[in-house]
Ligand binder design. Structure first.
Ligand SMILES: [Zn+2]
Length: 328
């Protein structure tokens, strides 16, 4: 892959000069642009720091009162120092902003991450770690921003699909993960949720959560539970894939979602269509698919997600830490 693209991009965005980089990071909201001293509560100031990898740190110029037995309290300089990375995506790392951003850029371009590691001058361990950290951002972002689709006058196709592979050639034992999903015709807005069970309750709960009342829903699955649709204020048309791709009586079809499934499956590496990595892969598909649809810049969108997940003003509370599945 062409390294010069990422180099050029980074030169403009995250140059070698540490002060410009710091200003950029603050301006983009990726690190905090102000800091209160955790010791004395004074507003801290940015100062050049030889010890810091970033060349700067938050320094406290405030005073604290030190109480002493049988003497007047003594007023002393606080001198507390805080990393500019506090509470950010970059905290705890011994890698430069530039290195992390270069790696994230490769991650967002869906390019081989071992090559991304080379471009970012990462160790193999760092490649593994930062792949996880990037995955965490996507997972946390996607599952916090899962919004309902459809509504009056809108058409939504729903389906369920097994992501996985047959265990043997006979094809009787199937390992994998069931996914319930829907896609809005015309806009391509979608939701995808891994489901542990395929029963009435599961369908009811997910439809209530993700499909707005008044929607015309098309499906070929869940026919046994068709009474759910009127209960939720949804109109429902059935298609039967085993007979006709398009129901000749009603004209109902689910081609939109069939094509979504196809792309989702193709984007998931075979080994990751099951197992604990599944939720991550699904979230990545949903996240990057939306950007592609809107012709957005995946890297810029990723950094927006970083900002949402790691609000540098607040300690991050991740729902998904490393590769823990949404459904376990
Ligand atoms: Zn202080």
């Amino acid at each position: 892959m062409d390294l010069s693209i990422s180099d050029l991009f980074m030169e403009e965005w995250c140059p070698e000069d540490k002060k410009t980089t710091l200003d950029n990071m603050m301006e983009k909201g990726l690190i905090a642009s102000s800091c209160m001293c955790p010791e004395c509560g004074s507003a801290m100031k940015i100062q050049a720091s030889q010890r810091s990898l970033d060349g700067f740190s938050w320094e406290c110029g405030g005073y604290t009162l030190v109480r002493r037995p049988k003497q007047k309290p003594k007023r002393v300089r606080c001198r507390k120092s805080v990393t500019v990375r506090r509470n950010s995506f970059f905290s705890q790392a011994h890698l430069s902003f530039r290195q992390i951003l270069i790696f994230s850029w490769w991650y967002c371009r869906n390019l081989p991450l071992t090559e991304g590691g080379l471009a970012a001058k990462f160790s193999l361990t760092s490649v593994t770690d930062w792949t996880s950290f990037c995955n965490e951002v996507i997972l946390n972002y996607v599952y916090h921003s899962n919004t309902a689709i459809g509504g009056p006058g809108k058409e939504v196709e729903i389906d369920e699909s097994l992501f996985g592979k047959r265990k043997n050639h006979v094809g009787r034992v199937v390992e994998g993960q069931w996914v319930f999903g829907g896609v809005e015709r015309g806009t391509g807005r979608c939701f995808l949720v891994p489901v542990a069970k395929r029963d009435r309750e599961t369908l009811f709960n997910h439809l209530r959560e993700f499909v707005l009342p008044g929607t015309h829903v098309f499906s070929d699955c869940w026919r046994a539970y068709a009474t759910i649709f009127p209960e939720l204020g949804l109109r429902h048309s059935t298609v039967n894939h085993s007979e006709n791709f398009i129901n000749p009586a009603t004209g109902a079809h689910t081609q939109t979602i069939e094509s979504l499934w196809g792309r989702a499956k193709k984007s998931l590496p075979a080994g990751r269509r099951q197992s604990k990595h599944f939720t991550t892969a699904l979230a990545k598909f949903k996240f990057f698919n939306k950007i592609k649809r809107n012709r957005g810049d995946p890297f810029a969108a990723f950094l927006e997600a970083v900002k949402v997940v790691y609000d540098p003003g607040v300690a991050a509370q991740l729902v998904f830490d490393h590769e823990i599945d949404a459904d376990d």
